[in-house]
Design a protein around this ligand. Structure first.
Ligand code: BEZ
Ligand code: FE
Length: 289
């Protein structure tokens, strides 16, 4: 097409797409280019700004490797990751939340009632609950995966002083659908700020803090897998998570207990856990597949 102008360029792009372009790809490209072109027109994007944007993306690619994906961090900081979660969350299930970059495959199995505290410092915390479907029925055999920060605000994958699977585990629930483990209270931490994501935060006067959280993945046959996080209701960053991961349905309340008599019977360290300790009961609800 000759003499493409500001009015016709968006349609000209579409005309270049072959008629047999896969329909979903066609739709996504059409809407993406529509909004990109509208954005450039609306902001009267300058050459200098366009060049800065390209440079930013180039540096984002340069810093990305198999351990760190700065594109995902950008998606998180722009709220896009959370928006995709929200669009696809099932109304009758526990809300999903960001996976984050610190998930590691291969965490060891921990029996129900097992202990993750081991050598870790921090406030002792006992987490338990059940896995159910949207009708409230128990999902026997469901599998949970748990990972969290240590007291120094680092995940084991970021810290050579922690063992590979420190504060990481998988747990398979029994016939009663119940999971239970002892751990230490996770602490708030800052998302990485040494790359282009950090530049974005500094340029806009934003902080990098995430409220403390437990990461959990829950899977059960015939049900949608749930990737989520649990946040305590007393965290100072609850209303200003840098990556927009907090939803009402995944905010929990820690109760402080003085007596070991209040502990679940099957807690492996029930006789030795330091007092006082925190305890929370949280049920996960999975949507049908
Ligand atoms: C996390 O919770 O692990 C996380 C999520 C998004 C960006 C950085 C970290
Ligand atoms: Fe995290």
């Amino acid at each position: 097409m000759r003499n493409v102008d500001k009015k016709t360029i968006t349609q000209a792009f579409m005309n270049y797409c072959a008629a047999d372009t896969e329909p979903r790809l066609r739709l996504i490209l059409e809407r993406l280019v529509h909004h990109l072109h509208a954005f450039a027109k609306e902001t009267e994007l300058t050459h200098e700004e366009w060049r800065k944007g390209i440079e930013l993306l180039t540096r984002t690619g340069d810093i990305t490797d198999e351990h760190r994906n700065e594109f995902v961090l950008f998606s998180d900081l722009f709220g896009l990751s959370s928006l995709v979660d929200m669009i696809h969350s099932a109304g009758d299930a526990t809300p999903s939340s960001v996976l984050g970059p610190f998930h590691v495959l291969g965490a060891p199995l921990l029996p129900v009632g097992g202990d993750l505290i081991q050598e870790n410092e921090g406030d002792p915390l006992v987490v338990s609950g059940r896995v159910k479907n949207a009708k409230g029925q128990i999902l026997a055999g469901a599998e949970l995966e748990i990972w969290q920060t240590a007291a120094n605000a680092l995940y084991s994958s970021q810290d050579e002083n922690q063992s590979e699977y420190n504060l990481r585990a998988r747990q398979v629930v029994g016939e009663d659908g119940r999971y239970c483990f002892s751990t230490v209270r996770p602490v708030p931490y800052e998302v990485p700020t040494d790359g282009p994501g950090g530049e974005l935060l500094r340029a806009t006067g934003r902080h990098a803090w995430r409220p403390s959280h437990l990461h959990i993945i829950v899977k059960a046959d015939g049900h949608r897998s749930l990737v989520t996080e649990l946040f305590p209701d007393d965290d100072p960053y609850l209303d200003e998570d840098a990556v927009f991961g907090v939803r009402e349905g995944i905010v929990m309340h820690y109760e402080l207990h003085d007596s070991r008599d209040d502990l679940p019977d099957d807690l492996a360290i029930g006789e030795t856990i330091a007092t006082p300790y925190l305890m929370v009961d949280f049920d996960f609800v999975l949507a049908d597949a």
